[in-house]
Design a protein around this ligand. Structure first.
Ligand code: NAD
Length: 276
């Protein structure tokens, strides 16, 4: 039997740049690219963890993994690294905008994560990484893709790019309502913004062979406190948080020709959370 459907998932040495690749999920996005037959170019502002992540993938994917330290809030640095990647590795075919600040839910008495106290500096820093960084990377790499007539941009959003955070999840016993920890506003603003950015770019470059989509994962289990996990899983129809490996197939689908007629879409992988 012909394997033409499975063939569409093959990346055939397509070069994929991943931002924020040294964090929790970056390595798994890279594995999806590598298992699909692509070349993974990892970038992150944290040089030490970037090196560690790249070397953890080098075996068995020798000569298919590259890494470049990069601060995506710095446009000059982006321009020079994009040029370097193009010269040293080759023409970029896939961009995964994955970096984010993931702002802290603050528990102290001062509680700067509450809206009334939220500092403008943290707002600016979070937006600079999560949203402006994705814009700048797309501006420079997307323009090259449009020139080449082919490319895929994938923005990693979140279930909180569709729904508001349920602040009940973060409540701590013994604190007054006005002092309760909350998920900061920047997470919502950045993730909703990324889905808008995807739609804008998708239509902007639709006639240039550049497809742009978002992937919205829900919370990944990563040893969070028991009380938080219990409250969160009560909000998820499937009754559990996701595993780090559960987005890889979707990454490969969205980055390959398997999704050739898909652009401007947001693929939600959340155990059903946003249905409730
Ligand atoms: N982990 C989850 O539960 C979850 C759920 C939904 C969505 N997401 C999203 O998935 C993506 C990856 O999540 P994660 O858990 O791996 O996050 P993470 O915090 O572990 O990793 C983010 C990475 O971004 C890097 N970064 C920060 N500022 C940067 C800058 N200026 N330039 C370049 N890199 C920078 C950090 O060094 C870090 O390695 C994020 O966009 C996150 O919001 C994660």
């Amino acid at each position: 039997m012909k394997k033409d459907i499975l063939d569409k998932f093959g990346l055939k040495n397509t070069i994929a740049v991943i931002t924020g690749a040294a964090g929790l999920l970056g390595k798994y996005h890279a594995e999806a690219i590598l298992q699909g037959g692509g070349i993974a170019v990892l970038t992150d502002i944290d040089e030490k963890r970037l090196k560690e992540t790249a070397s953890s993938l080098n075996n068995p994917y020798t000569k298919k993994v590259f890494s470049y330290p990069l601060d995506i809030t710095n446009e000059k640095q982006i321009e020079s690294i994009v040029e370097k990647i193009t010269t040293e590795v080759g023409q970029i075919g896939i961009l995964i905008n994955n970096a984010a600040n993931n702002p802290k839910v603050e528990n102290s008495e001062k509680n700067f994560s509450r809206l009334e106290n939220f500092p403008l500096k943290i707002w600016n820093d979070d937006v600079a990484v999560g949203l402006t960084g994705a814009f700048l990377m797309s501006k420079h790499i997307g323009a090259l893709m449009a020139k080449n007539g082919k490319g895929v941009i994938l923005n990693i959003a979140s279930d909180l790019g569709i729904i508001a955070p349920n602040q009940e999840l973060y409540k701590k016993p013994g604190l007054k309502n006005g002092n309760q920890p909350v998920k900061p506003i920047t997470y919502s603003a950045v993730k909703h913004g990324l889905i808008g950015l995807s739609k804008y770019l998708a239509t902007y470059w639709a006639d240039k062979g550049v497809r742009v989509n978002s992937l919205s994962p829900a919370s990944v289990y990563n040893d969070q406190p028991e009380d938080f996990v219990r409250k969160l899983t009560n909000l998820i129809p499937m009754g559990r948080m996701s595993d780090v490996n559960e987005f890889k197939a979707a990454i490969l689908f969205l980055c390959s020709d398997a999704s050739s007629y898909m652009t401007g879409a947001n693929l939600v992988i959340d155990g059903g959370r946003t249905c409730w």
